[in-house]
Write a protein that binds this ligand. Sequence first.
Ligand code: B12
Ligand code: SF4
Ligand code: SF4
Length: 314
Amino acid sequence: MLVDNSLKEKALSIGFDLFGVSKAIIPEKAKNDFEEFIKNKYYGSMSWFPERWEIRNNFSNLGLEPKSAICLGVIYNSINHKNILNNIKISRYATGRDYHKVLKDMGKEFINFLKIKFPSSKFRQGVDTLPISEKVLSENAGLGWIGKNTNLISKQIGSYFFLSVILTDHELSVDNKLNFDCGSCSKCIDACPTNALFEPYKINASLCISHTTIENRDDSIPENLANNLQGWVYGCDICQEVCPWNIRAERKNIFSKISDFEPLEVFYSEEKLLGLTENEFNKITLESAISRITYKQWKRNLSYFIKNEKEKNK
Ligand code: B12
Ligand code: SF4
Ligand code: SF4
């Protein structure tokens, strides 16, 4: 099949940093990994996983018979992140505008272009929202490789990027999978404070700080995790911060071009973050990914931060 470069050119012109196409199928090995994840309840508080993600086995439940997956990546790491000097740590991905909204807007523009090009085809975009593995499809599309920290890493831009997948019933020419892996490196596994990366390429999400601070909605956090939050109150970037591919990308000045991902002013001030009232929290976070947690969760996370800081300074 003839390679059509106009799709990649259009995606890059909209602001996507990575583009690739894979067949809309999931390999057997990935299926086994997913079954293990469900069987061992590694999904923790994300109880929607076993039910909703059942349909992962059957793409036809998604309202179209997808043949191809158009995989797109956008860098979120801002050059200004290094100016956030707080002890309170918030993951890079969440300090700007909500990525679901940003990527959906960009995706809409791309789909409009695709519809003109292929008028009789159907398209369906996901940003987290479709019960598919964006990482596996994007790995197959040559965007990068899934690292031992379970994130998709690109040789060119590291792993601080979001993914969005557009499924289509149009048969497109596919890209080659990258033949690459992490080699002997294990920096992410060594650095993970909660042992969530219990084996290379495998995560027990219920132990991950990202899950603990965002997905866990209980009033309290289990003690073994609460003592190991390392200052994180929303998400966790540790296993990416130590990754040589991200250190390299930052050294090469590779940062987001999307102004929506610039950190909001409030995130530069620890004092402001500690003093946010419920109204202020709701107003500030309305447009950000942080709206995924409630004010109650925010206060809970802050209370562990304050407790751990006191212990540290004893
Ligand atoms: C649930 C989820 C989480 C969970 C679990 C994390 C994980 N590693 O899976 C928690 C809450 C912990 C989490 C944390 C984070 N997440 Co998250 N998360 C997701 C989400 C919604 C689903 C991922 C998932 O299904 N995980 C379960 C594992 C087992 O599945 P998997 O890794 O995708 O795929 C494996 C298997 O499931 C299997 N498989 C895949 N597909 C199928 C299909 C079938 C039929 C079967 C049987 C099997 C199978 O093969 C894979 C290889 O082993 C995706 C979006 C999406 N829809 O893909 C974002 C996503 C993976 N997250 C993302 C991000 C940015 C993060 C954080 C960095 C945020 C932060 N700073 O706090 C951290 C990173 C933590 C880490 N080390 O992974 C990005 C990753 C981008 C990238 N470059 O890789 C994604 C892609 C969101 C996005 N749209 O950009 N996340
Ligand atoms: S995000 Fe943090 S807690 Fe989760 S696996 Fe990475 S280092 Fe471990
Ligand atoms: S830190 Fe090393 S082992 Fe972990 S994902 Fe990066 S390259 Fe792979």
